[in-house]
Design a protein around this ligand. Structure first.
Ligand code: NAD
Length: 405
């Protein structure tokens, strides 16, 4: 079993070998400032009380308040949350936003709960952690299985407990509850801007064939945005299975099929494939947009994509990263590729604090210019040190954190 936190630390050690940051600095980044585990009692619809395990890891706040999503998943555990918190620290630094990094979660299968139970659980997470949260302390956001509605419940609970009416402690809220324009598609759109900035450099065609693993917030938005920009989506998948059509999927029909049947399987215009087969398809761009550790030592040699854009966090293990580097398959790393989400979350926090509401155009223009800047700077660092783009982005982030420390 791959431990995501050990993987994250291997990446840190590798960066520290490429550039000397000093042992004390690296040691400080090897452990979170604090990790908190809470029990959340929830009254279930049948009258019984069930206890859930919740987490918040506040990894590092050198650059600003802790920032990071909350994940609801049956397999979520503290090592995963620590890794995600560490990557958030670097992601905020790469993006040039004045925030630190953290992450939270609850070990739960949300599909097993009624809407009322889910709301009581979400409000319970806030009650258990309200002392450490706040606009200038710790600002959570959505992640896997956490929706704008859940963020609205959380913001409301926080306001009830503390009286803070700015709504700036939670981002990813619905627009009519203080959310920002453009937060929904922000991660997929940011990923597209990173890719587009690098496309010539990576010698990719104007019409790329793209395969996307994961069809949730990030994957489905990315599919739509790449397709609107003349690229061809040849395959997509969700947790159950995937579909492939070599000359391109009609995404509207795919969405309609998923809505009707609850999955992607048996879509009449495409062939069914497994998630493993999707990763090994020949294509210009492979986009893992689901979970950690999907490309490992076991399948890295079988990858036929020309380039990989990591929209999920930590989808490639360090061993697989080495194999891909040797195979000359460039990887656009998560801390750069999926930074659009946290960037627009930062815009939301900023708007809430100033009591402003920016137009979608303003949000997207600012996002584009920040992403182009961080992408070019990460590439420059990679070239200077003759290393991968992942290590270029790590060096850029570590330099900024060290300077502030
Ligand atoms: P989501 O819950 O909306 O969607 C997850 C998708 O992955 C779903 O389609 C699900 O069916 C699929 N999936 C689950 N298990 C799978 C498996 N074993 N194989 C293939 N697909 C599987 O979550 P999301 O917000 O889209 O997040 C996806 C990834 O992007 C995560 O790694 C998350 O940390 C990362 N991310 C999300 C954001 C954001 O703004 N939501 C920002 C940055 C990074």
């Amino acid at each position: 079993m791959n431990n995501p936190f050990e993987n994250a630390m291997k990446q840190l050690d590798k960066a520290a070998k490429i550039k000397d940051f000093g042992d004390d600095f690296i040691a400080q980044l090897r452990a979170p400032n604090r990790d908190i585990r809470i029990s959340i009692p929830v009254k279930m619809d049948n009258g019984s009380t069930k206890i859930f395990e919740g987490y918040r890891v506040e990894y590092n706040n050198t650059l600003g308040p802790y920032k990071g999503g909350i994940r609801y998943h049956r397999d979520t555990e503290i090592n995963e949350i620590k890794a995600l918190g560490f990557w958030m620290v670097l992601k905020c630094a790469v993006s040039g936003i004045p925030m630190g990094g953290g992450k939270g979660g609850i070990m739960v299968e949300p599909k097993d709960l009624s809407k009322g139970e889910l709301e009581r659980l979400s409000r319970g997470w806030v009650r258990g952690l309200s002392d450490i949260l706040g606009p200038h302390k710790d600002v959570p956001a959505p992640d896997v299985n956490t929706t704008p509605e859940i963020m609205a419940w959380m913001a409301d609970e926080f306001e009830k407990i503390t009286g803070d009416k700015t709504r700036s402690t939670f981002t990813g809220k619905p627009i009519d509850r203080g959310g920002s324009e453009g937060r929904g598609p922000a991660t997929g759109l940011g990923g597209f801007y990173v890719f587009d900035t690098l496309r010539d450099e990576l010698k990719l065609p104007a019409k790329c064939k793209v395969a996307i693993q994961g069809f949730g917030n990030v994957g489905a938005n990315a599919a739509r945005i790449f397709s609107q920009n003349s690229h061809i989506i040849i395959a997509v998948s969700d947790s159950k299975s995937g579909i492939v059509k070599k000359d391109g999927l009609d995404l509207e029909k795919v969405e309609a099929h998923k809505k009707k049947t609850g999955g992607l399987k048996d879509f009449s215009e495409a062939e069914d494939i497994t998630n493993e087969e999707l990763l090994e398809l020949p294509c210009d761009l492979l986009v893992p947009a689901a979970f950690e550790n999907v490309i490992t030592e076991g399948n890295a040699r079988k990858i036929k994509a020309k380039t990989i854009l990591e929209l999920a966090n930590g989808p490639i293990t360090p061993e697989a990263d080495e194999i891909l580097f040797k195979k000359s398959i460039p990887v656009i790393p998560d801390i750069l590729a999926n930074s659009g989400g946290v960037t627009v979350s930062y815009f939301e926090w900023d708007q809430n604090l100033k009591n402003e509401h920016w137009s979608e155009k303003e949000v997207f223009d600012k996002l584009k210019s920040m992403i182009q800047d961080s992408t070019k700077k990460s590439m420059e660092k990679a070239k200077e040190a003759n290393t991968s783009l992942r290590m270029g982005a790590f060096i850029l982030a570590l330099e900024k954190i060290k300077a502030k420390m």
